[in-house]
Design a protein around this ligand. Structure first.
Ligand SMILES: [Cu+2]
Length: 151
């Protein structure tokens, strides 16, 4: 009765790495979603997305059954009256260079999760679908909810 165990292991492997039709390969590491207070209906997802292919990829959008919208965003910084003011802005795409990676992290680029329809609790897994261009390539993953970046 070893076969079911092997199949389960195999499906775990393919969920973190995807081979696209044009042989581009993407890998996602250290994904996590920020745990937020009950009253908040907004949070963010962070991860490292690795592009193992020889051409650039663009993260164009994302979605989750747990929220109304998930949008790629950048953090902006401007100085006003000697004070640095941090803001954020939706972008159409975040580029992952050929053979390089894209870091989504607090205070930097991130995936904004807005209009939560469930309250994500620490330790829970939230389904997230990433979409990449060229093509409309989908990448599904389950992301743990955590108070801080997992070690
Ligand atoms: Cu944001």
């Amino acid at each position: 009765m070893h076969r079911p165990v092997l199949l389960a292991l195999f499906s775990l492997c393919v969920s973190s790495q995807l081979n696209f039709a044009d042989n581009a390969v993407i890998k996602v590491e250290r994904a996590w979603i920020q745990a937020v207070p009950q009253v908040s209906d907004t949070t963010a997802a962070y991860m490292r997305i690795i592009n193992l292919s020889g051409s650039p990829l663009k993260l164009t959008s994302a979605s989750s059954p747990a929220a109304k919208t998930v949008e790629p965003m950048i953090t902006t910084r401007k100085t006003q009256g000697g004070q640095e003011i941090m803001g954020m802005q939706s972008v159409n795409e975040l580029v992952i260079p050929a053979g390089g990676s894209l870091e989504l992290k607090p205070g930097g680029d991130h995936l904004m999760i807005m209009g939560l329809n469930v309250h994500p609790r620490e330790g829970e897994l939230i389904k997230l679908t990433l979409r990449f261009a060229p093509g409309d390539q989908k990448f599904d993953l389950e992301v743990p909810v955590s108070k801080e970046e997992p070690k």
